[in-house]
Design a protein. Structure first.
Length: 494
């Protein structure tokens, strides 16, 4: 056994611990009885500590050193990824990792109850602690210009606070301008028929057929309903998604397509990279580029519904009163609202901007956690012209902060931009994409994505991958052009 093989064997112990934590957290949100919370928190805390101790051990460091001497080119690539992870772990005090694990596990259970009761105050102390942990994490990791740099880099390597400000600012005014023009001059689109007491299990069943048609392998994954939609993977052959119930059809449909984008990225990885540092999506923004593409660029397109709308009409007979064009317009219309995950494509980036500005203020101590609801509501009034009815559709709607995920939100907007750039490139190289989607045929699209995106795993940093695939860096203009063209047509604007 070579030195690299010995290292890889030990690395797979790390993978097993990480998969165990992932499975416990998935179960917590899908099947775990309410009484299991405290025990589950303790299990996750101990497993997280064990993984950190192993990753930062002298044994693993020695094996990395030995393996580096004679590594092949591909092995060197794996070592590069692993060394970054070890460097991050060595900068993080074990006490801070255990503290975050415990507080975020407890905060999730509190968040779920608070959201159900539209009662924010019990969660405020947990947010205070989690944002303090976020600031301590930034200090431990180090940064060059701004504390937030260290946190966003965890989710999108190489990104910074300055890049997030620049990117979201480039989207802000065009989005507000287009929304106002649609409200003042666009044709009215009736979408009231999409909001009703839907049979959630029946919607889920239809969506299982839809994602199977697109290419998700149900023998290597599953779809469940939970309070918040997410995707987790234990391996290429075990990728699990949840979808979000709602009185609007987009609840189950859009969230399933979104999580399917993440899941396809994980399912379509190179099998020979399983259990190595190269497996998996390279970053959150690239991951979101796929989830946002399948949810929106594909899932809110007329060709998509031309094929799939009859499936929904078969299950929900009242939809027979509407044409595919009427349904597509209602499903895709631009209309400011309270909820990020159910929002239209144009206002979505404004939802992200609000969260970005608030989490920076909370982390920097410029906003006290107890004052979050008021700050949240004021920003929604200012940017979107709506005022949340209560905290369940306001500052309690997202789970990210309860998990301690600070620095995550900008990657959603990054994903919108990168997704359109990748899609444009794919359409320039694959002939008749819209026609294929209208026929329910996705194999050529999937083959291209596997070759150009999924198959690279973590081989190169995200910024390099985006430029390698699209020929340019992440830019706002392609997405702005896409949005202007699509939504002016839907709303009958010149």
């Amino acid at each position: 056994m070579t030195a690299f093989d010995q290292l890889l064997s030990r690395y797979r112990d790390l993978c097993a611990l990480e998969a165990s934590v992932g499975l416990l957290n998935w179960d917590r949100q899908v099947f775990m009885p309410a009484g299991g919370g405290s025990a589950r928190t303790e299990h996750v805390r101990r497993l997280s500590r064990m993984r950190h101790e192993l990753l930062t051990s002298n044994e693993v460091s020695k094996k990395v050193e030995d393996a580096s001497r004679w590594a092949t080119e591909e092995e060197q690539a794996q070592l590069t990824v692993l060394k970054k992870e070890i460097d991050y772990a060595n900068r993080m005090p074990l006490e801070l990792i255990e503290r975050k694990s415990k507080v975020s596990s407890d905060a999730y259970d509190v968040w779920r109850k608070c959201r159900q009761n539209a009662d924010y105050p019990p969660l405020a102390p947990y947010y205070s602690e989690l944002f303090l942990i976020a600031r301590e994490t930034a200090e431990a990791l180090g940064y060059q210009d701004y504390p937030y740099d260290a946190l966003i880099d965890l989710y999108e390597e190489g990104s910074t606070h300055a890049e997030a400000v620049e990117t979201l600012s480039a989207l802000k005014e065009p989005a507000i301008k287009l929304v106002r023009e649609i409200q003042q001059e666009g044709r009215h689109i009736n979408s009231s028929f999409l909001e009703r007491k839907w049979d959630q299990e029946k919607l889920k069943s239809v969506m299982e057929r839809v994602i199977g048609q697109i290419g998700f392998n149900m023998n290597a994954g599953r779809l469940d309903i939970s309070t918040n939609a997410f995707c987790t993977h234990q391996g290429v052959g075990d990728v699990r998604m949840t979808t979000r119930p709602s009185n609007h059809i987009r609840g189950i449909v859009s969230s399933t397509l979104h999580e399917m984008g993440h899941a396809l990225y994980e399912q379509k990885q190179r099998p020979d990279w399983e259990g190595t540092p190269l497996i998996g999506g390279v970053s959150l923004a690239v991951h979101e580029s796929q989830s946002r593409t399948w949810e929106n660029v594909v899932g809110r397109s007329l060709p998509f519904w031309s094929f799939f709308f009859p499936w929904f009409q078969e299950e929900f007979s009242f939809l027979g009163d509407y044409s595919t064009e009427e349904f597509h317009a209602a499903y895709s219309k631009v209309e400011p609202g309270f909820i990020r995950v159910g929002s239209d494509e144009v206002t979505y980036n404004l939802h992200i901007l609000i969260r970005f500005e608030l989490e920076v203020a909370l982390m920097m101590g410029e906003l006290d956690a107890k004052d979050l609801p008021e700050a949240w509501d004021n920003k929604y009034d200012e940017y979107l012209g709506v005022f949340p009815l209560d905290d369940s559709v306001g500052c309690l709607q997202d789970v990210h902060w309860a998990r301690g995920s600070v620095g995550y939100f900008p990657t959603y907007s990054y994903g919108n931009l990168i997704g359109v750039q990748i899609w444009n490139k794919m359409k320039s190289e694959v002939e008749g994409v819209d026609e294929m989607i209208a026929r329910g045929s996705y194999r050529p699209i999937m083959d291209w994505l596997v070759e150009k995106v999924y198959g690279y795993g973590c081989l190169m940093p995200p910024k390099f991958l985006v430029e390698h695939v699209t020929g340019s860096k992440m830019q706002a203009q392609p997405w702005l052009d896409y949005a202007e063209t699509k939504f002016r047509a839907i709303h009958g604007l010149a």
